[in-house]
Design a protein around this ligand. Structure first.
Ligand SMILES: *Cc1c(COP(=O)(O)O)cnc(C)c1O
Length: 437
């Protein structure tokens, strides 16, 4: 067993952490977890205030989830979906179809959210070429300002993060960009309508993170926006790709964000919470209309030429399926409104703080935007990394949260208890006050 010093050194020297500046990376080594608490090598506990990056749903080391994996291990851990199948993955597909918005009858599995988006983009394009009255000019995509849809080249292309994307520009395809809806909804929709009416003959799909753009800094869309976008995309014969990788699985208070506005997208992309934060798995769900365009004789080559080695892995499927059983048996969604209200109450208080410009919330997703001067909304100098500093202080209070720039994000597991939620917010307040001098 390596010593703690060795682990910390190897962590800094060999392990390349995602989205991390390794020159100033400070090791935080989590050895085990239980419920909503993570424990480091010294046995110090930290509340998991961001669900281990927006994934965890029912807490860590959950007995039923652990057992589901053990049971599957006793059967088989991996086969392949290329030309074969297994009972657990079949059952999961069936269950996802039952709970998803009506009409999404087909499930394509992959291993991460980026790939779920990638599959939707490719399916849409191939659909327009292959359907009976083909529209092969539909090869472009529309996406929103500040969008984040993952890190593969296609998902980066539809994304809009200047800083992240800059080095990869030569590889990215051109996307029609609608601004993030921050203004009057009528103006935002007029703009969307103009874009679709002008370019629809070339547009395969519009990609959107429904209700709240999480990675953009918890930007909440005005009510009715998603529904109106659905109507516009229908009218102009453009697919709607709903990226519910972050907002899916109860995070917004409903199982899927699209439900809030009675929307069925043409593609529903799922990831993160699909396995309750246990194992890497993602899914792209679609309609029978799309599915039918891919049917034909093998020799016609109409099938979807895309797939991943671990597509539909039975271990991942077992834990995903058990998570959905827990949603049902433990009435997880019915217990959310009280927690959402409690979070809202905390946020109302936080909004008064002299360094809080605004608070934004959708279900159990919250963003607290920091500013140096509240009256003029003057931001902190970027070099101060104020969001990071506040989260660093919160960590000393036993709470793990991560900022997006100067927006402090709170996105706890749905299983969070009242007093744990209070503790997370208290740590944010502590962090704010500690940094305020
Ligand atoms: C995290 C995320 C992705 C990418 O998922 P990965 O599993 O990290 O590839 C895509 N879209 C949204 C909205 C996300 O939050």
């Amino acid at each position: 067993m390596p010593t703690r010093q060795e682990l910390e050194r190897w962590d800094r020297e060999h392990l390349w952490h995602p989205f991390s500046q390794m020159a100033d990376y400070e090791p935080l080594i989590i050895e085990r977890a239980h419920g909503c608490t993570l424990y480091d090598l010294d046995g110090r506990g930290y509340l998991d205030g961001v669900s281990s990056l927006w994934c965890n749903v029912h807490g860590h080391h959950h007995r039923r989830l652990d057992d589901a994996i053990r049971e599957q291990i006793g059967q088989v851990t991996h086969t392949t979906l290329l030309g074969a199948s297994n009972p657990t993955t079949i059952e999961l597909a069936r269950r996802l179809v039952e709970i998803a918005p009506t009409g999404l009858n087909h499930v394509f599995f992959s291993s991460d959210g980026s790939s779920a988006i990638e599959a939707a983009l490719k399916m849409s394009l191939q659909y327009w070429r292959q359907r009976s009255d083909a529209l092969p000019n539909k090869t472009r995509y529309v996406a929103l300002g500040d969008a984040y849809h993952g890190d593969t080249i296609g998902s980066v292309s539809v994304g809009d993060a200047e800083l992240f994307n800059e080095p990869f520009k030569p590889l990215l395809f051109d996307v029609l960009r609608l601004p993030t809806p921050r203004g009057l909804i009528a103006d935002e929709l007029a703009r969307a309508e103009r874009m679709l009416s002008e370019h629809h003959e070339q547009i395969a799909a519009l990609v959107i993170e429904p209700l709240v753009q999480c990675a953009a800094g918890i930007v909440v869309h005005p009510p009715g926006y998603l529904r109106a976008i659905r109507e516009l995309t229908r009218r102009f014969n453009v697919h709607l790709v709903a990226d519910e990788v972050a907002v899916g699985f109860g995070r917004t208070g409903r199982m899927f964000a699209c439900e809030h506005e009675q929307v069925t997208p043409d593609f529903l992309c799922l990831g993160k919470g699909l396995t309750a934060g246990y194992l890497p798995m993602a899914a792209t769900m679609t309609t029978t209309d799309v599915w039918n365009a891919f049917l034909g004789r093998s020799s016609e080559g109409r099938h979807f030429y895309h797939g991943h080695t671990y597509s539909g892995n039975p271990l991942c499927a077992a834990v995903a399926l058990e998570s959905l059983h827990i949603f049902r048996d433990e009435r997880v969604l019915e217990r959310l409104p009280a927690k959402i209200d409690r979070l809202a109450e905390h946020l109302r208080r936080l909004a008064e703080h002299r360094h809080v410009a605004s608070v934004r919330q959708c279900g159990l997703i919250a963003g607290i935007e920091l500013v140096e001067d509240k009256a003029t909304r003057r931001p902190y100098p970027a070099a101060m990394r104020m969001g990071h500093q506040v989260c660093r202080r919160a960590r000393d209070q036993g709470v793990l949260i991560r900022p997006l720039g100067d927006v402090v994000v709170v996105m706890p597991p749905l299983a969070i208890r009242d007093k744990e939620l209070d503790q997370i917010i208290a740590a944010v307040e502590f962090g704010l006050d500690a940094c305020d001098n």
